[in-house]
Design a protein around this ligand. Sequence first.
Ligand code: FE2
Ligand code: FE2
Length: 404
Amino acid sequence: MFNKLAVASILSSTASAFTLPTSRTSTPTSSSTTLKSTVDPSVVTKKEYQDICGVEFDDANLASRLQKTSYLYPKHVEVIEDFAPLVDKMVDEILLETGDKAWQPQDYLPDLSVDNYMDSIKSLREAAAGVPDDLFVVLVGDMVTEEALPTYQTLLNTFEGCDDPIGTTDSPWARWSRGWTSEENRHGDLLNKYLYLSGKCDMRSIEVTIQHLITSGFNPGARKDPYRGFLYTSFQERATKISHGNVGKLAKEHGATDLQRICAKIAGDEGRHEKAYQAFSAEILKRDPDGLLMEFGDLMRGQIVMPAELMTDGKDAKLYENFSEVAQRLGVYTAIDYADIIQHLVDHWKIGELTGLSPEAEKEQEYICRLPDRYRKLAERSLNKKKEQEVVPQSFSWIFDRKV
Ligand SMILES: [Fe+2]
Ligand SMILES: [Fe+2]
């Protein structure tokens, strides 16, 4: 049961910590309507209504109370709320296409509803046959990563201030979270169907891997902090753009232009998402450069964890390592890319030019600006070492244990 006095005192003590969102969280939502249609408030007393429905708060009150009482980073939430109008604009106008304008997986797949559907499947399979197994392994790994989208949406909703406490919350941040997810959902869907139609993969084994990955989860080290969350996604969206783009280029070299188009389309989405998350981080930087730099430095010391790190097919204990090894060998995503992405972020946010920082943040600034070169040196050293080593072919259950 709620102790109203205690709640009231928490509310008044935290109210000054940050301003209330000016967003549309106050719009009545469907769940309160459902309650009213189940129990008609006009035929019961207020006390009877509360006895039946438990709480007297409607969704908007509940959401606002949850926000006020549970933040670990009230200052960070205040900062991201401050540029919510820009997020709103991005959702509607710049970033996320919806409805008829949106591309859908079916636009890039054979239409099985037509009489001569076999012709298009046949040509897809003929082109796929020319794609070497190692590239297919990387494609499967990328697809498995995309298919663990439930994990990423869950994580996005842990970033304080951009969560969707009700499920239909009408704030810019909650709409961003759902809109982003709706776009990402196409990626795994499209790749999954392509791989299925190609006939080159053990789909069951791939499905086992996806189920394992979603079950295992993934910890990007965001710690519910929106600053860390957007730093992470700024990096990660660029990494996936690079990876899908390179798979597409290689697919084209092997004659699979349909696969190239698919990968390019997905890479295009990742590119738009990358821009958005980097813009969010830039807005934070304008308002709280010290705060963002402290988190950036700390996040980089822990290194950027890849979303599919915990993938397993239940057989190969080193599946993720083996998959990344192949991706690295093909040049789809390498340690050099890791260094380049950090460099891109440092340049894009003009980290080196920031002034007026606290002494601690200045230290982080220096550390961050030196990182790309350090990583590049390490990457070159390890690439040279690998060149001298003999490649030991690994079998992958995803392609019926063929070795690559
Ligand atoms: Fe994606
Ligand atoms: Fe993405």
